[in-house]
Design a protein around this ligand. Structure first.
Ligand code: IVH
Length: 677
């Protein structure tokens, strides 16, 4: 590239970056993903490195972040809050390690001690404590000056208002604690549901939710939002000193903060890379959104020697995970029919790699969502992937419309069977009870891990079974023959036998799973568990009345209605009969009376009983929820002493275990409702 070409591109990039900064920080409404922004930024950085004479003081690379917004008092940071350079893969992490050594003049085979911890995707914040008392809290702002958000930060429960006195770390006279304000992922989802219910705009991700909640002029709004603070470092400190970064985190923990966790400290970069890979794999399991791992030289004396560039320190790097958001275009919208007949609009996308997976479809959920997003076919959209689920469309980039976009129209008929559709709330539903699409989904549901756990009965097989006419209702699965399976594409002797074995095992599933597997509308895993617990056996559940159901805690009117109508439907009853005839036998829950004096008790018998045999007595105790043991121990609750007791009697005396005679034992049985003559 010539210098002239570089100058042109640099100008273009600066203008773009400034625009996206404005969208992000001022409007809180970005139109590209973070990764795409980073891409632009890195390109500009690279060009400026190549042609340093083209750097100007107003280049976006020369400042760190967001300007202070109107309404907040500015707070100047004693030590600038810089940002970190990124590494996007293992090689770039090794490059960082090499850079550190080169800068320190160390040989390449030297092993530097590094500390690593999660990079939290939140809003960075600095909290100042003087003599242990919270004085002022500020956002990062542009890195030099942030916004005074003290009253808001004080509402966060995990921010100590006073540092905690402890024997290991003295309270410093002055300390600036730095960390991330975060909203836990679960709370974020809950908040969004509430916002949608109130007709307000939901947040795009937990970070925006944290930022929007903290930067409120009215701190009572902040107080109502479930925010957390996790500390990852310090700014200026007086009256306390640290040698290493991991000492800093430990001290902050003792002073009362939640600190970055998990952490590792190792010699050399390779183990840090392992940590990075492990965390990326487990990122969905964490309470907060993580977008990478921060790697820091552990020895803080080296920090001084390494120094900083204009924008970021040389002692640390942010090793980013693969981005989960990307922009792409909607080529078309298709309709998917679920097991209850619900028709879901699904966007067909120009394929794009998101977080290491090629994505070509995203769910639009329902028509309320289509309306809320204002999405059209042909739109450029931001898609997001979380865990293994089908990606979502987060927002539409309306600025990029060309006028050729087409509206998404609701289906006029079921895309699979052509039957009529009706609108129910936000959803369109196929009215045809025997729509093959419903059966495929119902089969897939019945076979799923948390239902009957029939390995091999996934969507593909379910579709084949329905298409070939081998399965016309759920019960048919239990009549499948090996010869039939062998006719299906992809099935061989072994896979057919495995599927049949899995079906055989499924016949004796626990009651709760069986109930869940039937796919009764409104009966999810939780409700199925409640029903099993309450009714204990299938026969009792099948006879339950609306009033009985509604009186159960956790079961509402809608659910009760749908259970009753499930058992009224002739087709369902026939299907169940057919299942039971094939040997399906859901496992009942053993009954133990609520008020049994034997419930959870361990009982030992010694000597002969005159009213019954030992075996009869044992069976009764077990039926009443107790356990019978052959020897006396400290765990024994009481000993029933009959005639001519043996050594167990002595032992019970020694241990001071409660003893009762036959008369008292019979009395307890009567109390538990056993009739004894
Ligand atoms: S250390 C000089 N540690 O990531 C900056 N930062 O671009 C030292 N962040 O603005 C930052 N988790 O808001 C550090 N464990 C962590 C972090 C972390 C999240 C944020 C922080 C910073 C940005 C770096």
């Amino acid at each position: 590239m010539t210098k002239e070409e570089a100058r042109k591109r640099i100008e273009e990039l600066r203008e773009l970056i400034n625009y996206h900064n404005y969208r992000y920080y001022v409007l809180n409404d970005p139109v590209i993903s973070d990764a795409e922004y980073d891409e632009l930024f890195r390109e500009l950085q690279k060009l400026e490195e190549q042609f340093p004479e083209l750097i100007t003081p107003d280049s976006p690379t020369q400042r760190v972040g967001a300007p202070v917004q109107e309404g907040f008092k500015p707070v100047r940071h004693t030590i600038p809050m810089l940002s970190l350079q990124d590494a996007r893969n293992e090689d770039e992490i090794r490059d960082f390690d090499a850079r550190v050594k080169r800068f320190l003049g160390l040989p390449m085979d030297e092993k530097i001690e590094y500390a690593a911890e999660p990079k939290y995707d939140g809003l960075s914040c600095e909290i100042v404590y003087r003599y242990g008392v919270l004085e002022v809290a500020s956002t990062r702002g542009d890195g030099f000056t942030g916004e005074d958000v003290t009253p808001n930060v004080k509402t966060i429960k995990t921010v100590p208002l006073r540092l905690i006195k402890n024997p290991d770390v003295p309270i410093p006279t002055y300390i600036e604690v730095r960390g991330e304000v975060l909203m836990p992922k679960k709370e974020f989802e809950k908040l969004n549901k509430e916002l949608i219910a109130k007709g307000e705009k939901p947040f795009a991700n937990p970070r925006n939710a944290a930022s929007g909640s903290l930067r409120q002029l009215d701190p009572s709004v902040t107080a109502s939002r479930p925010l957390d603070f996790v500390a990852w470092g310090v700014g200026a400190v007086e009256g306390l000193s640290f040698k290493t970064h991991d000492e800093v985190l430990k001290a902050l923990g003792k002073l009362g903060f939640k600190t970055a966790n998990p952490t590792v400290v190792t010699k050399g970069i390779e183990e840090i890379i392992e940590f990075y890979k492990e965390l990326e794999e487990k990122r969905d399991e964490f309470e907060y959104e993580l977008d990478g791992v921060v790697i820091k030289v552990n020895d803080m004396e080296l920090w001084e020697r390494l120094g900083t560039t204009a924008r970021s320190p040389r002692y640390a790097i942010a090793a980013k995970f693969k981005p989960r958001q990307k922009t792409t275009r909607i080529i078309d919208v298709v309709y998917q029919v679920g097991r209850t007949g619900t028709i879901t609009p699904v966007a067909v996308l120009e394929p794009v790699e998101v977080g290491g997976v090629i994505v070509s479809r995203a769910s639009l959920h329902n028509f309320d969502e289509v309306e809320r997003l204002g999405v059209m076919i042909g739109d450029k959209v931001l898609v997001q992937r979380a865990g293994d689920v089908i990606p979502d469309v987060v927002k539409v980039i309306k600025e990029e419309r060309t006028g050729k976009e087409r509206p998404i129209t609701p289906p006029k008929e079921c895309p699979v069977c052509g039957a009529e559709v009706v609108r129910e709330g936000a959803y369109y539903k196929c009215v045809n009870a025997s729509c093959p699409a419903k059966l495929v989904q119902a089969l897939k549901h019945m076979g799923s891990r948390r239902a009957l756990d029939i390995e091999g009965l996934g969507e593909k097989t379910a579709r084949l079974l329905v298409e070939k006419g081998l399965v016309k209702d759920l019960a048919d699965v239990f009549y499948l023959k090996k010869e039939q399976l062998l006719q299906l594409p992809g099935f061989a002797e072994k896979s057919a036998q495995n599927l049949l074995d899995a079906i055989e095992r499924a016949k004796n599933s626990p009651l709760a799973r069986f109930i869940y597997a039937l796919g009764i509308p409104n009966v999810g895993e939780y409700t199925a568990g409640v029903l099993a617990e309450k009714f204990k056996s299938w026969d009792k559940l099948a006879k339950a009345t609306y009033d009985q159901l509604i009186s159960i805690k956790g079961i509402g009117g809608e659910t009760a209605k749908s259970i009753v109508s499930f058992f009224k439907e002739e087709r369902n009853l026939k299907m169940l009969e057919k299942m039971f005839a094939a040997g399906v036998k859901p496992q009942s829950i053993e009954e133990a009376p609520e008020e049994s004096p034997f419930k959870g008790k361990t009982v030992v018998f010694t000597g002969a009983l005159s009213s019954m045999t030992r075996d009869e007595a044992k069976a009764l105790v077990e039926k009443l929820g107790g356990k019978v043991s052959n020897s006396v121990s400290r765990k024994t609750d009481f000993v029933v002493v009959g005639e001519n007791p043996g050594s167990k009697y002595q032992r019970a005396m020694q241990l001071g275990i409660k003893m009762i005679n036959e008369e008292e034992f019979l009395k307890m049985l009567r109390e538990a409702g056993v009739s004894i003559t």
